[in-house]
Design a protein around this ligand. Structure first.
Ligand SMILES: [Zn+2]
Length: 242
């Protein structure tokens, strides 16, 4: 299993940056979240139409906006004969007013994915649990039977998240806010960098990757605040083989 960070910013990208998007590779390729700018980075790794599926943690624009153009890439590839079928998309079907706008002709096939349901995609087993966020949102765990990747999605801190992340080989966790804005974290359904560090410590995750960072912050400070809870936290970007 492999994870490639395509975008790690929120709720909008900074110069040259991109919002949440993660390429997960097993016996194929799944795009986990599809935020603004992530597709341009995905195209460095594979032709967009070769994706096997998209999995969305929730329907906020910084996690799904590029799906609105990915569907054109699928349409074009099918017209050219490069891809036979539509692209399956899995995610929470709320708010329905957003979910309902995602398809374009017959190029995407939407599959509601609800808390507690599992998926088997690209030779990997996918689990999810409900996050603590302002809309229905998922935290996701993926395994190949040997290694385990856990993605917090967007969520406030809660005991179930620690349990889901328990012993993860790679924990990909949001670390949205720095201490100066910590009061907003719970109200907005997000983690501070320090809480992300606490999650890393309490879950015993072997490796930690911080994401969903506001471009207006100094990332070195985000890392330092997280590392005040646990030493040697990982970095903010890159490619990871599990
Ligand atoms: Zn977000």
């Amino acid at each position: 299993m492999e994870l490639v960070v395509l975008g790690n910013q929120s709720p909008y990208p900074g110069p040259g940056g991109a919002c949440s998007g993660y390429l997960v590779r097993g016996e194929g390729s799944v795009l986990l979240d599809c935020g603004s700018g992530s597709l341009a980075n995905l195209a460095r790794h594979l032709p967009l139409w070769q994706l096997d599926a998209v999995v969305l943690s929730h329907l906020h624009g910084d996690h799904y906006a590029d799906l609105l153009v990915l569907r054109y890439a699928i349409q074009t590839a099918r017209a050219k004969g490069w891809r036979p079928g539509p692209l399956p998309v899995y995610g929470p079907p709320e708010p329905f007013s957003v979910w309902d706008t995602l398809p374009y002709k017959d190029n995407l096939v939407l599959h509601p994915w609800q808390p507690g349901q599992t998926l088997d995609l690209i030779g990997l087993h996918w689990q999810c649990q409900e996050a603590r966020h302002s809309i229905l949102a998922l935290s996701v765990a993926v395994t190949d039977g040997r290694k385990r990747l856990v993605y917090s999605g967007d969520t406030a801190y809660h005991p179930g998240l620690v349990e889901l992340a328990g012993g993860a080989d790679l924990l990909l966790t949001e670390a949205t806010l720095q201490e100066e804005d910590a009061a907003a974290a719970l109200a907005q359904g997000h983690l501070t960098a320090r809480q992300a560090g606490r999650l890393a410590k309490e879950s015993g995750a072997k490796r930690v990757l911080l994401t969903h960072l506001w471009a207006g912050y100094d990332p070195a400070r985000t890392l330092a605040e997280a590392e005040s809870e646990v030493a040697e936290l990982a970095v903010l970007n890159g490619r990871y083989v599990l």
